[in-house]
Design a protein around this ligand. Structure first.
Ligand code: PLP
Length: 431
């Protein structure tokens, strides 16, 4: 029987009978594992068994997390890593390192956008950012012979825009390249990118997936079965001695992981040699968070809607950035792709001087002033000067981010109290 999302988020990937009947997923706090026999060691070192061998590559607690989050998406392949940034950089490196370019949108988390010029280019991953991600044809016009993937975010941070996934996926697939979606802001509760054309999905599990602001983590999921062409993706086809078979023949990533070479490569190569492994304790914290994912996100969405309404009618606010805000151009895309709601992150354009904006941020009493999203606590931030500080004034202008943009991440407090908190802060500034 195929279980529904809310059953899977509590149960998938774990059988207490296989873990000393422990009801709560045990934290396997161990670096290595007994190899047992030399024959078993041969199989483990040849990636022929999923049993753990060394926690940098896999761990039973981390495996439950990987299998559970994969089940929430209806796919079989996932790999957890130590941060959302590790998930992004390992994914892009696995596809394009030394040989290609990534086509992306300027509406990316600041760290991801700046990762290209600051480090990925030096590692041979070139990139192109299209000007207008609202026009899917822009992606088509900018695909080059060495473009290896399209990479976008579901609900962009901080301006809560939504791309036309199916149109963009169709373009990627026409050109034989995968679509990578960072689904951090939506979470699998609001959106399953695999059902709309994505081939690879990335999370910063630091955010709403874990949901309590107490962990740094990332995940990469793969649909499986993407027709990676060996000529177009030569690094996946390169023979590697450490992947050799029993007869000492070197094998490639595509030989060893033919169904899911990206998650396979991240585990066998990136975790193995670059090493940003997730700790079992952090995996345990994320598993606890996932148990209440639907309940938390549903409340955040409903509170966000109320706060959007309040801000939409506020004389000190020029504009609210949220798909269901007044005058939003993303309403139709939100209704099509996000029928359960457009998430708990919204931004607004504050009307006032720099001094007044700073006073407003310092006047809120419930909202925390923090560079994070998706927490159980509500958060406020001025992105241009904090989370998105990497963006140049030109890049900011290109995506519509201003010095007066204020971002809110709505938590689980009483929404009436949150509105009153914003109201008293406006009054403190403007009287
Ligand atoms: N992706 C998105 C959409 C983010 O907002 C962030 C961080 O804010 C990241 C990735 C990076 O995740 P982490 O902070 O876990 O490295």
């Amino acid at each position: 029987m195929a279980y529904n999302f809310d059953t899977l988020k509590i149960r998938a990937g774990y059988n207490p009978l296989e873990h000393n009947n422990a009801v709560s997923v045990p934290i396997y706090q161990t670096a290595a594992y007994e190899l047992g026999s030399t024959q078993r060691a041969d199989a483990l070192f040849a990636f022929e068994s999923e049993d753990p061998l060394y926690t940098r590559i896999s761990n039973p607690t981390v495996q439950v997390l990987e299998n559970r989050v994969a089940a929430l998406h209806g796919v079989d392949y996932a790999v957890a890593v130590a941060s959302g940034m590790a998930a992004i950089s390992y994914t892009l490196l696995s596809i394009a390192t030394g040989e290609g370019r990534i086509l992306t949108s300027p509406r990316l988390y600041g760290g991801a956008a700046d990762g290209f010029p600051s480090i990925l280019e030096e590692l041979g991953v070139k990139y192109d950012m299209i000007d207008d991600p609202d026009d899917p044809k822009e992606f088509e016009r900018n695909i080059q012979a060495d473009t290896k993937a399209i990479y976008i975010e579901t609900i962009s941070n901080p301006l809560a825009t939504i791309p036309d996934f199916e149109a963009i996926a169709a373009i990627a697939h026409r050109h034989g390249i995968p679509l990578i979606v960072d689904n951090t802001a939506a979470t699998p509760y609001l959106f399953n990118p695999f059902e709309h054309g994505a081939d690879i999905v990335i999370y910063s599990a630091t955010k709403a997936l874990s949901g309590h602001g107490n962990v740094i983590a990332g995940l990469v999921l793969e649909k499986g079965g993407f027709p990676f062409d060996a000529h177009k993706f030569p690094s996946l086809d390169k023979k590697l001695w450490f992947l050799r078979d029993k007869d000492d023949n070197s094998r490639s990533i595509l030989d060893v992981f033919p169904e899911a070479p990206i998650t396979g490569k991240i585990r066998a190569v990136h975790l193995n040699y670059l090493g940003a492994a997730l700790s079992p304790f952090d995996a345990y914290l994320i598993l606890l968070g996932v148990e209440t994912l639907s309940e938390r996100v549903a409340k955040q969405v409903s509170s966000a809607q109320r706060i959007v309404q309040y801000l939409d009618n506020n004389e000190h606010v020029a504009r609210v950035h949220y798909p269901h805000a007044k005058d939003s151009r993303y309403k139709a895309l939100a209704e099509r792709y996000l029928p359960k709601g457009a998430g708990g992150i919204l931004s607004f354009e504050f009307i006032g001087t720099e001094k007044e904006k700073r006073k407003f941020i310092e006047s809120v009493k419930i909202f925390g002033y923090q560079a994070n999203i998706g927490d159980a606590r509500s958060l406020i931030v001025n992105p241009a000067q904090t989370t998105h500080i990497e963006l140049t004034p030109e890049q900011r202008e290109a995506i519509g981010l201003t010095l007066n943009t204020i971002r809110l991440s709505i938590g689980l407090e009483d929404p009436g109290d949150l509105i009153e908190d914003l109201e008293q802060a406006f009054q403190n500034v403007f009287g």
